[in-house]
Design a protein around this ligand. Structure first.
Ligand SMILES: [Cu+2]
Length: 328
């Protein structure tokens, strides 16, 4: 596919801000590439029309009334007021149709389906088996194989959210009671940040996720491991942490496959230790931040649907964090 690369570097930088992992101006996939191309075409078209209008207006005020009469002639009014907009808009519409057809063709090739459910304020992620039943569940992170289109089924558990990974594709709303779909094809390995793009409540800004595009081999290995049960606690501290996890009642809301914890209110924690971030992109993921989150979730993300467990003593909290971090 051809791609327009005409954007001046300074402008691109100014628009891209400082986070290259979340930029629609640095497309890493075909869907994002089409959105980018359409954006460039519209920017160029709008600039040309704008220049034309400014030049004509300038000439009209510079000339005397008699000399400028040609601008107000019926022929000019029809040409600039009706014909030009019709031509420009029709061309854009046709271009949009072509892009739409290309996207639809990609959906037909998708072999893998991922169901993403927006929740206040995190992402439930289920990889589906070929028969459409969930093969396994995870949260707040999506992995996809480079070069293979992946179909996303987008749903919401509560209010309207919007699924957007700028480097991989356009935004699609997650609407309660309906399933929207989008197909994304990552063409470049990398870690791309996604963000809820529709205000969905107080913690909307802290509703992000990571999309990791990997080689098909790495993806296959991850897929096989992620579908399996949780790693058993081994060290003394991990065993204590698992005990404290059970005692504190975390399993009422969280599932850890292979253990008695089978809650479905919060994110699946079976392999939480292998994720890059916790609490939907709010904190990096390590034992320290896990401990902070468990003891003080309400300070870190006020209103989140998880209580702060500030009654846990230091060693207990630490053991829970070490246990969670070991769930790779
Ligand atoms: Cu949201």
């Amino acid at each position: 596919m051809t791609r327009v690369r005409g954007l001046p570097a300074g402008l691109a930088l100014a628009l891209a801000g400082c986070t290259p992992i979340q930029s629609a101006l640095d497309p890493a996939g075909s869907n994002a590439g089409m959105v980018f191309d359409l954006g460039v075409a519209m920017t160029i078209g709008a600039t040309l029309v704008c220049v034309l209008v400014v030049v004509l207006a300038w000439r009209a005020v510079r000339r005397s009334r008699a000399e400028g009469a040609w601008l107000a002639s019926p022929r000019m009014v029809i040409a600039l007021g009706a014909v030009l907009p019709a031509v420009v808009l029709t061309a854009l519409l046709a271009y949009g149709f072509v892009l739409d057809r290309q996207l639809a063709a990609e959906e037909d090739r998708a072999a893998l389906t991922v169901r993403v459910t927006g929740e206040q304020w995190w992402w439930r992620v289920a990889y589906l088996a070929p028969d459409g039943s969930p093969a396994f569940e995870t949260a707040n992170e999506i992995r996809l194989p480079v070069g293979q289109p992946v179909r996303f089924e987008l749903e919401s558990a509560d209010v309207i959210h919007s699924f957007w990974v700028p480097a991989l594709g356009g935004k699609i709303d997650l609407i309660p009671g309906r399933t929207n779909t989008v197909t994304l094809l990552a063409e470049r390995e990398g870690i791309y940040r996604g963000q809820c793009a529709e205000f969905c409540g107080t913690q909307h800004a802290l509703m992000a996720f990571m999309a990791r595009a990997e080689t098909p081999e790495d993806f296959g290995a991850w897929f096989a491991a992620e579908g399996g049960d949780a790693r058993q606690p081994e060290t003394e501290e991990e065993v204590a942490g698992h005990g404290a996890f059970v005692a504190a009642g975390c399993g009422a809301c969280h599932a850890v496959r292979g253990t008695a914890a089978a809650g479905t209110i919060g994110p699946d924690l079976t392999h939480v230790g292998s994720r890059l971030t916790i609490a939907a992109g709010t904190l990096p993921n390590h034992a320290g931040t896990l401990a902070a989150w468990v003891t003080d979730a309400q300070a870190i993300k006020p209103g989140a649907r998880m209580p702060s467990f500030d009654e846990l003593d230091g060693p207990t909290l630490r053991s829970i964090a070490v246990y969670l971090a070991s769930l790779r």
